[in-house]
Ligand binder design. Structure first.
Ligand code: HEC
Ligand code: HEC
Length: 275
């Protein structure tokens, strides 16, 4: 009798341990953090597909080096889509792939993943329209990163983190959860403290050990990029800059710094070929 109780207790323990293991990796590739896990770095598929994936990854991470004709500035795709397009809340590619084609709520036009890729070439990289071979290589890379992601399902960590919008009508504090309107001067102060070490006091980025891309000026993203919206740039900064662990900005700091960065000059950008 006692032996039986002991056995069933053991069984319960083993089963619950298995349950924990199962809940760590659910069927859609999500882990205990709740974020989708893309395939391991460097484990490309066999054969011709693997060659194309690798080519796409090279273009994504070193755009100016691998497709010099389509690099209008100092940025690569991975300058903003961090960790090779893998990082949650840095507009990861595995978050994007399952959501296209989609209908743009404003224009009612169908947007394909390839359109989105071309848009970032034009507005973020200030580049000429890329040829179809380049776009296809990126498409295959993004497809590979999204292996196992449920199609049509918005995954946690897609896009950027949402922060509550500031009160634009007054500088008054409206209570917790409501940042005041962005303050460019505070932004400059915070920029010197938290950003200038890598991006430089004049925002032009740095070469060498602490290599980092420019944030404004002729080699930065254009006036047509999403980052010229203070709230969108703040949403990027909130989770991603400065990149060191444990150094996250608050909502308010992100908004102030974004206002400062967006008050600086940058290229006007190219006109879209689509009407
Ligand atoms: C200057 C920063 C920047 C660079 C460089 C950049 N992007 Fe983007 N990209 C963005 C922003 C901002 C968004 C919109 C994110 C949002 O609104 O959630 C975006 C969105 C996207 C999306 C759609 C994401 C989604 O979830 O719907 C894709 C795909 C994409 N970019 C691909 C690329 C590719 C490929 C390149 C390189 C050719 C590139 N981007 C370069 C900033 C950038
Ligand atoms: C430790 C160095 C470091 C610090 C500090 C840092 N960054 Fe960055 N930042 C980078 C690097 C490196 C990248 C490019 C991403 C990559 O290569 O992984 C980047 C990318 C960016 C980008 C997107 C690409 C571009 O050039 O537009 C923005 C915007 C940005 N940083 C803003 C900031 C702001 C604002 C701060 C201060 C709050 C900051 N960063 C602090 C290193 C840094």
């Amino acid at each position: 009798m006692r032996k039986q109780t002991g056995l069933s207790l053991l069984l319960v323990l083993v089963l619950s341990a298995m349950g924990i293991v199962f809940s760590l990796t659910s069927s859609d590739g999500a882990t205990s953090s709740g974020f989708f896990t893309p395939p391991e770095k460097g484990r490309y598929p066999e054969g011709p597909l693997g060659i194309l994936v690798k080519k796409g990854e090279e273009i994504f991470t070193h755009t100016g080096q691998f497709v010099p004709g389509y690099a209008g500035n100092a940025l690569s795709c991975a300058s903003c889509h961090l960790d090779q397009g893998r990082k949650p809340y840095a507009a990861p590619m595995w978050g994007a792939y399952p959501m296209y084609p989609m209908v743009d709520p404003k224009t009612r036009r169908t947007v394909w993943l390839e359109d989105r890729i071309r848009m970032c070439f034009r507005n973020a990289l200030n580049a000429a329209p890329p040829d179809s071979e380049t776009v296809r290589a990126l498409d295959v890379y993004i497809f590979w990163l999204s292996k196992g992601a449920p199609i049509g399902h918005e995954l946690k960590g897609r896009g950027l983190i949402r922060i509550s919008s500031p009160d634009r009508t007054s500088g008054f504090f409206r209570g917790p959860g409501h940042p005041r309107s962005p303050d460019t001067l505070k932004g400059l102060e915070l920029y010197s403290k938290s950003c200038a070490s890598c991006h430089g006091g004049s925002g032009q980025g740095k070469e060498g050990l602490h290599r980092s891309p420019p944030l404004w000026g002729p080699f930065s993203y254009t006036m047509k990029s999403g980052f010229t919206s203070v709230s969108l740039l703040a949403e990027f900064l909130r989770k991603n800059m400065p990149p060191e662990k444990g150094k996250h900005l608050t909502d308010q700091e992100s908004l102030d710094i974004a206002a400062y960065v967006d008050s600086q000059p940058r290229p006007a950008g190219r006109v879209s070929s689509r009407k």
